[in-house]
Design a protein around this ligand. Structure first.
Ligand code: SF4
Length: 421
């Protein structure tokens, strides 16, 4: 093991006001308590507590941006190295998962439907099944996981973890309808007519955002979300240009390198990447190259045309004059700097938005101003009894954010169904 979790646990100061939990963790995992139980050889209790607070603890211990969250806030990090909290959490959650004792409440006779088996859907299904509801999950793909399975590469999140979740969910009596898209032959109203007391929509954000430049439909251009879905079927060639510099772009770049591409370059408009520090560093270690101050202009059959960028001094001066602090340096195109950079494939990784299949089918489902599903403060959509959370509501966000919101929505769905009964 690369990190010695016992040594790490022994370094924890058991802070009375733990910054790791209060400031750092979006789902307020009780980190000092987890470490205390672990050190007292009470690992099953620690695992139980982790699962009850966050059913996707095992996943989050691998894919969260810990450097910005728990570990980035650990008091030990002020003068030295923070506690490697993620490794401790992963060790506990992984080794105890099969032994977790799930004691669902007796059946309450009510059915709820969950559309989408991504992070939000899995969370809602598990919480409601534990409360005694009969849950059916409808999933477009053949397996569960959503973005976890079809958007995060194996080297970051082994798919076997999702298979273990599937088994656990089946043990809870959760039923699955794989390869089935609600919004095709069947709509939400059909589910309500069939007696589901409430419906949860967690269909994620799968529609790639377009760049809006000429050449985007050419045969050498692919979108990150499509590529990550099944990289084996793509023949990218030796030279790959990636447009976009967030975490998905890093996943694409590192996957392309692992699939044999020799020159993988991420083109960035400004001077910094949007990806987390850890993902950026790993990409560089893997051999990914970065070209800064490049704005894509158009795509051609043999590569992409970029303009060079420079800091927009006028805008910077204007902000200074107004006393405004700029969060990011504004950049502008340097005139007449267009140049072709040869590439065999171009991958566009500038985020995703929700598909509109459900909205097209159920016209009463309203969207917000960003084009995502509109919900009220309780997560209820414009259709009574129909709730939603995760990327379909917020646009592409983190796994832990989807779980944290979904936990609250599961409670609201529970209240709604009990009041209605
Ligand atoms: Fe332990 Fe660091 Fe959390 Fe303090 S902030 S309880 S040292 S993990």
């Amino acid at each position: 093991m690369s990190v010695h979790v016992i040594d790490e646990a022994n370094r924890c100061l058991q802070c009375p006001n733990p910054r790791c939990r209060e400031n750092g963790c979006p789902i307020h995992t009780n980190i000092p308590e987890m470490i205390r139980l672990f050190k007292e050889n009470r690992m099953m209790e620690a695992a139980q507590m982790l699962f009850e607070n966050n059913p996707l603890s095992m996943v989050c211990s691998l894919v969260c941006n810990h450097g910005n969250q728990c570990e980035g806030n650990c008091v030990r990090g002020i003068k030295g190295e923070p506690i490697h909290i993620s490794s401790i959490e992963n060790y506990i959650s992984d080794s105890c998962f099969e032994r977790l004792e799930l004691n669902p409440a007796p059946s309450n006779g009510m059915k709820a439907a969950v559309i989408g088996a991504g992070p939000a859907g899995i969370t809602i299904a598990i919480i409601l099944a534990l409360k005694g509801y009969s849950i059916t999950v409808f999933e477009t793909h053949d397996k569960i996981g959503g973005i976890l399975r079809y958007g995060i590469p194996e080297f970051r999140l082994p798919k076997s973890i999702l298979d273990r979740y599937y088994k656990k969910m089946r043990e809870l009596g959760i039923k699955f309808r794989p390869n089935f898209s609600v919004g095709g032959s069947t709509g939400i109203q059909d589910l309500l007519d069939d007696g589901y007391k409430s419906v949860f929509i967690g269909t994620g954000a799968w529609k790639p955002k377009r760049l809006g430049v000429p050449g985007e439909t050419f045969g050498n251009v692919f979108y990150a979300i499509n590529y990550l879905n099944n990289p084996d079927v793509y023949e990218l060639g030796d030279r790959v240009a990636i447009i976009g510099a967030g975490n998905a772009a890093m996943d694409v770049a590192r996957t392309a390198i692992r699939h044999g591409s020799k020159e993988v370059v991420v083109y960035v408009r400004g001077d910094s990447v949007g990806a987390s520090e850890a993902e950026y560093e790993y990409a560089k270690v893997d051999g990914v190259k970065f070209e800064f101050r490049k704005a894509i202009v158009r795509i051609e059959d043999d590569g992409a045309v970029f303009s060079d960028m420079e800091p927009d001094e006028e805008k910077i001066a204007a902000s200074k004059a107004k006393g405004e602090e700029l969060k990011k340096t504004p950049f502008k195109v340097i005139p007449n700097s267009e140049h072709l950079i040869p590439a065999d494939s171009i991958i566009i990784a500038i985020s995703q938005v929700p598909q509109d299949r459900l909205v097209n089918h159920d016209k009463d489902l309203k969207l917000n101003e960003k084009g995502n599903l509109a919900t009220d403060s309780k997560g209820e959509t414009s259709l009574p009894g129909v709730f939603a959370s995760g990327d379909v509501v917020t646009g592409a966000k983190t796994v832990v954010a989807a779980v944290a919101v979904s936990k609250q929505i599961a409670e609201d769905m529970d209240k709604y169904m009990k009041n209605k009964d």
